[in-house]
Design a protein around this ligand. Sequence first.
Ligand SMILES: Nc1ncnc2c1ncn2[C@@H]1O[C@H](COP(=O)(O)OP(=O)(O)OP(=O)(O)O)[C@@H](O)[C@H]1O
Ligand SMILES: N[C@@H](CCO)C(=O)O
Length: 303
Amino acid sequence: MSVVSAITVTVPATTANLGPGFDCIGAALKLYNEFKFTRQEGGLSIHVTGTEAERVQTDESNLLYQAFVKFYQYIEQTPPTVKIEIKLGVPLARGLGSSATAIVGGLVAANQLEGATLSQSQVMELAIAMEGHPDNVVPALLGGCRLAATSGAAWEICDVPWHQNIVPVIAIPNFELSTSEARGVLPTEVSRADAIFNTAHLGLLLRGLETGNGQWLKTALQDKLHQPYRKALIPGYDVLNIAAVSAGAYGMVISGAGPTLLALTDKLHSEAVEAAMLAAWQEEGITAEVRSLSLDTQGAKSF
Ligand SMILES: Nc1ncnc2c1ncn2[C@@H]1O[C@H](COP(=O)(O)OP(=O)(O)OP(=O)(O)O)[C@@H](O)[C@H]1O
Ligand SMILES: N[C@@H](CCO)C(=O)O
């Protein structure tokens, strides 16, 4: 492929962890950020539109631009000066992988501008190194639900089948929670009992997602590694959990590092689960947006 003058990349939101899969599993959702890079003479310019556009940095500290520069550092070239246009569809710092869209978007855009110099797995390795964990960037790049594991060298990526009847319902509150703050409350060591608990529940989750077995999913969505520590950062967590399950959800978990909450349900109950979660947060005095989404299967796309 040849070097091009402009490229547009769309990258899906992602929901990481899915309860027991802390830092190793995530799914791409049909909700997108769009990034356009155009080579230009002169300095860097960044224009942002969409919800909370004013919250995104428009100088060299912008994460999307940092990922763009990282690509050129990797191939040992000087980055071209560019105009960047960002259309935000993924809410910032809400647990829906906004930072992963920026990292994947910057790397994919640079790679496409340079005629696809790197393979998709090289781009993926760079993205994981930048984010520090694979569970958002991998599905953001590849689409679908993905499990990532490494023994220290390369990453092994596994496609996790997702039964067509399982609907993700996301409840996004009107407050932010940064990933660094939500990681800061976690213990550095866990007990053997909690490690065994999560190992068993992640195994059950994989089979539950594949088969749509509601009984398995109900048990599988439990976690002991991160949610017990993080739920205090999310007002109304317990009330929403009860409301979602009473309305027919298999269970409710924290999406990524939060504060968005994710319920998994079936097509029959998704509207009732949406209404119950919205009402529960309203009763707590919190404004939220609640939506049923479907899985993105394509990941980052460029054109
Ligand atoms: N479109 C974007 N362009 C540039 N920077 C972005 C963009 N989206 C997010 N960021 C950066 O990422 C930060 C949010 O990252 P953070 O990891 O805290 O949340 P998140 O990725 O939305 O949530 P999670 O990792 O839990 O899914 C923002 O404050 C901003 O600095
Ligand atoms: N696995 C990560 C996802 C958010 O980046 C966490 O829960 O901290």
